[in-house]
Design a protein around this ligand. Structure first.
Ligand SMILES: Cc1ncc(COP(=O)(O)O)c(C=O)c1O
Length: 387
């Protein structure tokens, strides 16, 4: 089994102050701060303090973040909109679709983070009908999509990584089912981007949305959505703003035109400080090599699964690390209580409903994994004897 990553793990770890005191295993929720993301935030604060304002420079930084996201997903900057959250990015896309024709159904997977499902359900006021593709064994089986997609389907909404179990969905296969029946495919890639290579143009997806604060090493307040070239031009979302215009700085209140490509999904003044941080964070796994990051994450996940097995801990399906992002979930009744007790031991895990998730990333060691799983086993053991 792989014992070390292909990059300099010690150098990576030196950049993350939190590692001196904690074992962060919560990249599925919030990545740790790094020297490079801190420096990026400070660059904005310094500019604000010393220049008062520098919109040209700040807008350049927003463009640089857009360009970095585009590179991460193999696309072009004009095919990427800058949003403030995945909820807003989804709402911008969803509000741009027309549900009054012969296609009005939206297939929403059971693996959706609730916010995405909420946005699609909110479109029912405008004629949409939501059809569920349920999960089974911690993932959404292809036959559930096959049964749900019909000639009436306008768009299929899928998650690349399931937030609760880490299950990776086969986007290419879902795209084939959707496209065969004339439907579009929206993909929420938040739980997987940064952990593996993902090429949006060849993935089959028509929209790929993600926030920035999980495996992409950034902060809240900024998100992105890639839109397949050619598709954006048919979108005229009522969720809009002056940055969605061809010339925002023409200040023409009487004209509602639409910027080319995905830029028409931009809204108001963009999240500037977040853009500084987002670019610095996202660029890191790409600079290390997403293939190398994926291999190390796989080694960490396999080690985690082996250790959990030895300690008698049951992993929520899918249990095979190859079928998952680096997230491994365990069923435990009081997941928030367990998260709290682990935190007191210096281990940061992430509870979601009844599941406790351990999500290592490229900066973790095999020893981090051992310590986290052993502490979890002890906490669960103690919980069961106390009960
Ligand atoms: C897969 C996924 N999508 C969306 C969200 C939420 O996105 P936002 O808060 O940016 O709307 C989360 C978690 O925060 C998530 O895990």
């Amino acid at each position: 089994m792989t014992q070390t990553p292909e990059y300099d793990l010690d150098a990576v770890r030196r950049e993350i102050p939190l590692l001196r005191t904690h074992i962060p295993m919560n990249a599925c929720s919030q990545a740790p701060q790094s020297d490079r993301t801190r420096r990026a935030a400070e660059a904005y604060l310094d500019s604000w303090a010393s220049d008062g304002m520098d919109w040209d420079r700040w807008m350049e930084e927003v463009e640089a973040a857009r360009t970095e996201f585009a590179a991460l997903v193999g696309g072009e900057p004009n095919d990427v909109a800058v949003a403030t959250s995945v909820s807003q990015a989804t709402a911008s896309v969803a509000s741009g679709l027309d549900y009054t024709g012969r296609r009005f159904e939206v297939v929403v997977s059971g693996a959706e983070f609730p916010t995405v499902s909420h946005v699609w359900r909110a479109q029912e006021r405008f004629g949409a009908e939501v059809v569920a593709a349920p999960t089974s064994a911690g993932t959404v089986p292809l036959d559930a999509y096959e049964a749900a997609i019909t000639e009436k389907t306008l768009v299929v909404s899928a998650a690349l990584g399931y937030y609760q179990t880490g299950a990776i969905q086969d986007v290419g296969a879902i795209a084939e089912l959707a496209h065969d029946r004339g439907a579009l495919l929206f993909v929420d890639a938040y739980q997987a981007l940064g952990t593996r290579p993902f090429d949006a143009p060849s993935s089959g997806a028509d929209f790929v949305a993600s926030g920035n604060l999980k495996f992409l090493m950034g902060i809240p307040g900024i998100a992105f959505v890639w839109v397949r070239p050619g598709i954006a031009d048919a979108l005229h979302p009522p969720v809009t703003g002056w940055f969605g215009r061809r010339e925002p700085f023409a200040f023409d209140a009487g004209r509602l035109d639409w910027a080319d490509g995905a830029r028409r999904l931009d809204l108001g003044t963009p999240p500037v400080m977040e853009a500084y941080v987002a670019r610095a964070g996202m660029a890191w796994p790409r600079a290390l090599g997403l293939d190398a990051v994926e291999r190390w994450n796989r080694a960490l996940s396999e080690h985690l699964a082996d250790r959990a097995h030895e300690l008698g801990l049951a992993i929520l399906e899918p249990s095979d690390p190859a079928a998952r992002a680096p997230t491994t979930a365990f069923a435990c009744g009081d997941s928030h209580g367990v998260e709290e007790r682990l935190r007191r031991r210096g281990i940061i895990a992430s509870a979601r409903g009844p599941a406790l998730r351990l999500a290592p990333h490229f900066y973790n060691t095999l020893d981090d994994v051992d310590q986290a799983v052993e502490a979890l086993a002890e906490e669960l053991e103690e919980g069961s004897t106390a009960a």
